[in-house]
Ligand binder design. Structure first.
Ligand code: ZN
Length: 65
């Protein structure tokens, strides 16, 4: 299985295909220990439609009459 490991030292994410009971790998960057990121879902945001229904500007209507 493919797991992601985060280096304790430099924070680099290293992806490695290891068995489920492997908790650490070596960082691909600095060779320090990188620990498994457990159950981190992948956040894929694509095509996010930010429909702005709000406005910070107050509509000032002139008082007539
Ligand atoms: Zn590192």
């Amino acid at each position: 299985m493919l797991f992601e490991f985060r280096c304790k030292k430099c924070g680099t994410i290293t992806e490695a295909i290891v068995k489920g009971d492997v908790k650490e790998v070596e960082c691909s960057k600095c060779d320090a220990k990188a620990e498994k990121i457990i159950s981190a879902p992948h956040f894929h945001i694509h095509g996010f439609n930010a429909t702005n229904g709000y406005s910070n500007e107050k509509e000032i209507k002139p008082k007539v009459g």
